[in-house]
Design a protein around this ligand. Structure first.
Ligand code: PEP
Length: 249
């Protein structure tokens, strides 16, 4: 595959506090130096201002975990893309499996969120992935193709500006990482789909997520179509996150 910088993005989920975030971000910044890859941390919305201040002028980019599919208005509890833009957010997860599972986000809603992020100059990290039942039924390729197709349909030629995260649901938070071969096989499916949809398909980063850690990151990142990682649990411990960043350099 074409040489491009890998992306290592931490997803803190609903974890943290002012004190814990301060310690974690300071430790990441102290250890990251000038990383050989792009690095981002997706923090809970209430901590965007804190993280923005701590990360200012650093090589670690600020990310959000979700964005509203609406621009503004009577949508109590939601956070709009323009609000994220106000805090210097560079990346935003959309369609994380926890949003799809627990908040009923449809493929169409995820696509609308990706479009809102792009319109605000924020790179959407579009999460796709099959459940264990879908994998066992031989539906993995069909499921991830359907999820990505919904986004491609809405964002059109801007698909070259997204990041795709392949996150098998059975691997998230379970300690059961996809093997490098299993992950590569799905990344190749997604790459082929991008080939048909994008003028710059090789430039779209497809990152892997699902129990990636300091011990398994290097072999996953060595696969030809794995362009980085989305890291949940291991992004909450600075030494682990830093080892994954080092593996991606
Ligand atoms: C995630 O939530 O995106 C994720 C990959 O979590 P974990 O690394 O904990 O499996």
């Amino acid at each position: 595959s074409m040489r491009k910088k890998k992306l290592i993005a931490g997803n803190w989920k609903m974890n943290g506090s002012l004190a814990a975030n301060d310690a974690l971000l300071r430790a990441v910044l102290a250890g990251a130096g000038l990383p050989g890859c792009d690095v981002a941390v997706a923090v809970p919305a209430p901590y965007l201002a804190q993280a923005q201040a701590l990360l200012a002028g650093s090589p670690v980019a600020l990310a959000a975990q979700d964005v509203s599919q609406h621009a503004a208005g009577a949508f109590t509890g939601e956070v709009g893309a323009a609000m994220l833009q106000d805090f210097g957010v560079r990346y935003c997860l959309v369609g994380h499996s926890e949003r799809r599972q627990y908040h009923g986000e449809t493929d169409a809603a995820v696509a609308a969120k990706a479009q809102r992020a792009l319109a605000a100059g924020i790179t959407p990290v579009v999460c796709v992935g099959e459940t264990l039942a879908e994998r066992d039924a031989g539906q993995t390729a069909a499921v991830v193709r359907r999820q990505l197709a919904a986004v491609v349909h809405v964002v059109g030629h801007c698909v070259s500006e997204i990041v795709v995260a392949y996150e098998p649901v059975w691997a998230i938070g379970t300690g059961q990482t996809a093997t490098p071969a299993q992950a590569q096989e799905v990344h190749a499916v997604l790459r082929a789909q991008l080939q048909a949809a994008s003028a710059q398909p090789a430039g779209v980063r497809i990152v892997y997520g699902g129990s990636m850690n300091a011990a398994n990151a290097a072999e996953l990142l060595a696969q030809p179509d794995i362009d980085g990682g989305l890291i949940g649990g291991a992004s909450l411990k600075a030494p682990d996150f830093l080892r994954i960043i080092a593996a991606a350099a």
